[in-house]
Structures are given as C-alpha cells and as structure tokens.
Design a protein around this ligand. Structure first.
Ligand code: PEP
Ligand code: CO
Length: 447
C-alpha cells in the first residue's frame, strides 16, 4: 500500500462487513451532515494517548482497555456510564498498586456500536433476515422492519457518543475518580463480595499507602493527580463511511485524525492486508489497535506492523491477541518472537474474551470466567518467559450485576445465565467478575 492516502482512498479497496444500506442517497446525506458536526475528540488528546501508550510499549506502564461488546441505544443512562467507569477505575487502582506502574485507561465506550457478524443473514423458522449489526445500523429484534439498515442511526450513534463522552469527561475531572473514593469502593468489594476476602492483603496495602501519603501531606486536595484521571475512548472502526465523516485535518500539524474516538481498532474479521479497513486506518494518526486471532501468521502480523506503523513509533500500534485458552500457548510465542525480531515496537494486549466464547447447554452464548483468567495468566507468563513486556488487557465488561459469563466467586451457572442476560452481543464480565480478574492479575504480577 504505497498509494497516496486520503480519507476516501479506502473506497478503492475491497471492504468487508458493511451493512447493505437500502437507500444510498439517504446514507450520503446523513454522512454529509455528520461531516459538518463537531469532532468528538481533539487531535491533541489522541497524541497524548499515543505518548502514554509509548510508555506501555517501553515497559513503563500498563494498558487497561474495557467496556461493552456493543453499546445500546436502549440502555443509555448516567448510571450505566458511571458504573462502567467505576469498575474500570477500581481495576486500574489494583493493577497500579501491584505493579507500581501507571495504568492507561481506555473505554470501549462512547462509540462502540457497530458489530461484525459471521453471517450477513440470520434464519429462524424459514424466515431469513439481515443479521443484527449493532444499534448504529439496525435493531436486534427479529423483524424485517427492525433489521433494515437505517442511516439515521448513524446520527443517533454520534449524539449518544457525544453525551456519553460529555459525562465521562465530567466524572473523570470533577472528583468522581478521586483515588480515596475508588479505593473505598475496592474496600467495599473486599468486605462484601465472596470473591473479596482473598484480596484483603492488596487492599490493606493500598490503605497503608494512602495513609502514608496523607501523613506526608500528599492529599487529593492539593494534588490533582489523585483527584482526576485521564480516561480515553475507543471502538472498532468498522463502518468506514461513519469513520471517514469524523476524520478531520488537525490545524496544528496538518495530519488527519479520526475524531470519533481517541483510539480505533481493527477487528479480527476486517484486518486483511489489501482491505479497506487497513487502508483507511493506516492514514489517520490516532493510536491504533489490531485484533490478532489464532489463524494469523507471524509474516502477516509483521506486514500489519509495517503498514500501520511504518515509522515504528512506540504507542502507535497495539496488537490485541485473542487466541483462546486452548491455543494461546501454541500460537502466541511465535508471533511475539517474529515481531520482536522484526524490530517493530508494539504494545501487546490480551483479549481473553473473544477466543473463549461458546454456546452453553441453555443455548446462550457465554464464556467461562476460568477460561478468561487462564488465557490472561498464560499471556503474562509467555511474555515473562520471552523477556517481552505484557502491556495489558482488553476486556468486555459492564458495571451491572449481569449473569452472562459463567463462574467467578458467585459461581454463575448455566441455569443462572437467563436471570440477567442483557448484552446486545457478546457475554460480558459483571462488576464482581471484573474486579476478581483485576485482583487475580494483580496477585500474579506482584509475585
Ligand atoms: C469485539 O471486540 O467485540 C470483536 C468483535 O472482536 P474480534 O474482532 O476480536 O472478534
Ligand atoms: Co465482542
């Protein structure tokens, strides 16, 4: 790909996973309208995130990327945004304490709407309808009207992203993220959850550290770093028309940024070299992620690095591996070795969710907490053995008390799944399972 890049050169390449929009004039007019609306993020923020990811790349920080599989138009509320942020902040504090390193926090939020599908249609009782592709495209209900791709939804996704981001900015700078408060939530988890008791030692350690800092005169009153956090947004850059319409030229640097989120990632189904998604994303200057599944070869991954990060900038590219517990030990070491030998700087992140999905006996799509934990553990062990830096984790979670993944300290069983199975797409860890994961990883990293 040595062609001259512009925000629309992707149109000359084969493109996967785009909806079949029934009315192309309406689509064009909506995209034109979005092009005239303000950007959701500012290029300078994306540059700062890239610097922070550069620190992760160099082994001086960790990455925690987490949030919904698919955000919903129906469950937008201040409480759900708050609770998701809360659990991410709690996880980050545990990881920071155990490693002594800053944690770069990125939500799968404020734009994580579009979903790739394994089949373009779904058939029930002889009725074949387009697959549900996320609320930015159509509705999940199995009904011909609901499944029709509707371009007006692109606008609604933009506005929902904007109001979500607005509240996140308020929470993260207005005192909600105060370290003492986040720690008190963790103490509550340790005291009240059946999962909590074994993490008392870590929680007590944080209590002592805060008391020590206070005695030294370091409190959130006069140290904004204890009172505010940097929190970034991300989503899978799937619908290229939408992403293009939010791509703007930065007036200070002249560079192009996709201002729909701070970080964008390319999914496992759209990372073809020579495909439109790679073409589009190689030209924007945001930090990028690319999912890497078990079928990827090390040559392919190195070519992805060459195309997406030809200047070899640390922090530009995060490889999010999602091998599954059964394949990680077989597949990951070779890829790490290949990339390492090529000299490409990447952040390695582990997505222990997408390689571990299966249908439970009840028919519901689920994941087992033990598999999620096991893939994460293997990821850290493999990097330790190879002497490379395991940069972080990428998790699908919610702050709500859902029953979508099996196991965890509350021992969610197959029969429990239907009780509160609320996801729009993939099964997410609930708040308690997410904290348990963070504390278990913290224990592993401390040891
Ligand atoms: C996702 O992250 O929700 C997703 C679809 O992942 P992948 O592209 O890795 O399958
Ligand atoms: Co998912």
């Amino acid at each position: 790909m040595t062609n001259q890049w512009t925000p629309h050169t992707w149109k000359d390449f084969p493109v996967e996973q785009q909806p079949d929009w029934p009315d192309s004039d309406e689509l064009e007019s909506v995209l034109k309208e979005i092009s005239s609306l303000p950007p959701l993020v500012f290029a300078g923020e994306a540059r700062t995130l890239q610097e922070q990811l550069g620190n992760v790349c160099e082994g001086n920080a960790l990455l925690l990327q987490a949030g919904d599989c698919a955000e919903s138009f129906d469950s937008l509320s201040a409480n759900s945004i708050r609770d998701k942020l809360k659990v991410i902040l709690q996880m980050a504090v545990a990881l920071t304490y155990s490693t002594g390193l800053p944690v770069v926090k990125i939500g799968r939020i404020a734009g994580q709407f579009a979903k790739p599908r394994s089949s373009p249609t779904e058939t029930k009782d002889d009725l074949e309808l387009p697959s549900f592709r996320g609320h930015i495209v159509n509705d999940a209900e199995f009904d011909a009207g609901a499944r029709k791709a509707n371009p007006q939804r692109l606008l609604q996704a933009y506005h929902q992203s904007s109001s979500t981001l607005n509240l996140l900015r308020a929470f993260t700078s207005g005192g909600f993220a105060d370290l003492t408060q986040v720690h008190s939530w963790n103490q509550e988890f340790v005291t009240h959850s059946p999962a909590g008791a074994r993490y008392k030692q870590i929680a007590d350690g944080i209590t002592d550290a805060l008391a020590f800092m206070k005695a030294c005169g370091i409190t959130s009153k006069d140290h904004p770093a204890l009172h505010e956090v940097d929190f970034y947004t991300s989503h899978e850059a799937l619908l290229l028309g939408y992403e293009q319409s939010l791509t703007r030229q930065d007036s200070t640097s002249g560079e192009w940024y996709d201002c729909s989120a701070h970080m964008l990632w390319i999914g496992e189904r759209t990372r073809q070299l020579g495909g439109a998604h790679i073409e589009f994303l190689r030209g924007v200057k945001n930090p990028l992620g690319c999912k890497i599944g078990p079928t990827a070869s090390s040559d392919e991954v190195i070519k992805l690095c060459e195309t997406l990060n030809p200047e070899q900038r640390p922090g530009r590219l995060t490889l999010i591996t999602r091998m599954g517990t059964s394949l990680i030990t077989e597949r990951l070491p070779e890829l790490i070795q290949g990339v390492q030998d090529s000299g490409h700087p990447v952040v390695w992140a582990c997505d222990p969710m997408h390689g571990n999905t299966f249908s439970a006996d009840s028919g519901l799509k689920t994941r087992d907490f033990d598999d999620v934990l096991e893939e994460t553990r293997c990821f850290f062990n493999i990097h330790r053995d190879l002497g490379t830096w395991a940069g972080g984790i990428h998790i699908e979670l919610t702050g709500d008390n859902v029953t979508e993944c099996l196991g965890g300290a509350d021992k969610v069983s197959d029969e429990d799944l239907a009780l509160r199975y609320e996801t729009m797409c993939d099964p997410r860890l609930n708040a308690s399972q997410s904290l348990e994961l963070a504390f278990q990883v913290s224990e592993q990293l401390r040891n």
